[in-house]
Design a protein around this ligand. Structure first.
Ligand SMILES: [Zn+2]
Length: 266
């Protein structure tokens, strides 16, 4: 597998393409103003499609469930890590289920945790193998990332343990990303709210930010590991989760897997 593409080089590459489009547009502005405007609009649309996780530009992605009813979904990206068992304990104590967008790299390091997730009725979903950003990658690379992660989950928890949901690292997608995922049998999904728990702002802040967005239909994005540092756990998130679950239960919310939340639209 080639080296994972990280956030800064991806943004730099996108900025370079955008800058080139702007330069060409500026040169053509006097003679062909309409062409210049179209070029700038096209570049802006491509950037929005690539970096806005909910944008339908490169394929429609579900990012929330039905507002009616009492269901919402907790999702955890980048794991598992040493923090994940405590999160599973809290979910079990509240009779709640969640969806874990796992990395193949982490599944190989924590196979027992993957097996436990699956055995306890949580949804194991695909986040790629090494967290490399896929926006500028071709279909073969995307399929390889998905297959390697799927293989790690199958080895840990048996064939069929991996669900058919995929979330791109950082939600960044290019023209090939969703199409390649679809051809591998995956549905690409986004989220309603992130609370930036990965910035580690403190347990109280994470709890408060989560409590602000607990409502039916919400898909809440949390992190049970660090996508870029394989050995780094997420203790603040793990400590926040029991308090968030208690508040969700006080409000009468049912925490379900993404498949259950999105059921009516599938
Ligand atoms: Zn991630």
């Amino acid at each position: 597998m080639t080296r994972p593409m990280r956030k800064v080089p991806v943004i730099a590459r996108a900025a370079a393409v955008g800058g080139l489009a702007a330069a060409v547009a500026a040169r053509r502005a006097r003679a062909h103003p309409l062409q210049a405007v179209s070029l700038v609009a096209l570049a802006a649309a491509a950037g929005w499609s690539m970096f806005a996780p909910r944008s339908p530009g490169f394929g429609r992605v579900p990012w929330r469930g039905p507002r009616a009813g009492t269901r919402m979904a907790l999702t955890f990206d980048d794991g598992p890590s040493a923090s994940t068992p405590a999160i599973l304990d809290a979910l079990a104590a509240h009779g709640a289920h969640a969806t874990f967008f796992v990395l193949g790299r982490q599944a190989r390091a924590f196979p027992d945790v993957i097996a436990r997730m699956h055995a306890e009725g949580h949804q194991v979903a695909n986040h790629g193998d090494d967290h490399g950003i896929l926006a500028f990658r071709g279909p073969a690379h995307v399929r390889r990332q998905l297959a390697t992660c799927e293989d790690a989950v199958a080895r840990a928890a048996g064939p069929g343990a991996m669900s058919r949901l995929f979330r791109a690292p950082h939600g960044f997608r290019g023209p090939a990303t969703a199409a390649a995922a679809r051809s591998a049998g995956y549905r690409t999904v986004a989220w309603t709210h992130g609370v930036f728990d990965s910035d580690e702002p403190g347990v109280d802040v994470i709890v408060q930010r989560c409590n602000d967005v607990l409502y039916p239909g919400c898909i809440l994005l949390l992190h049970d590991a660090d996508g870029w540092c394989p050995d780094r756990p997420r203790p603040q998130t793990a400590q926040a989760v029991p308090r968030v679950l208690a508040e969700a239960s006080r409000r009468g919310l049912d925490l379900v897997t993404l498949d259950e939340l999105l059921e009516p639209s599938t």
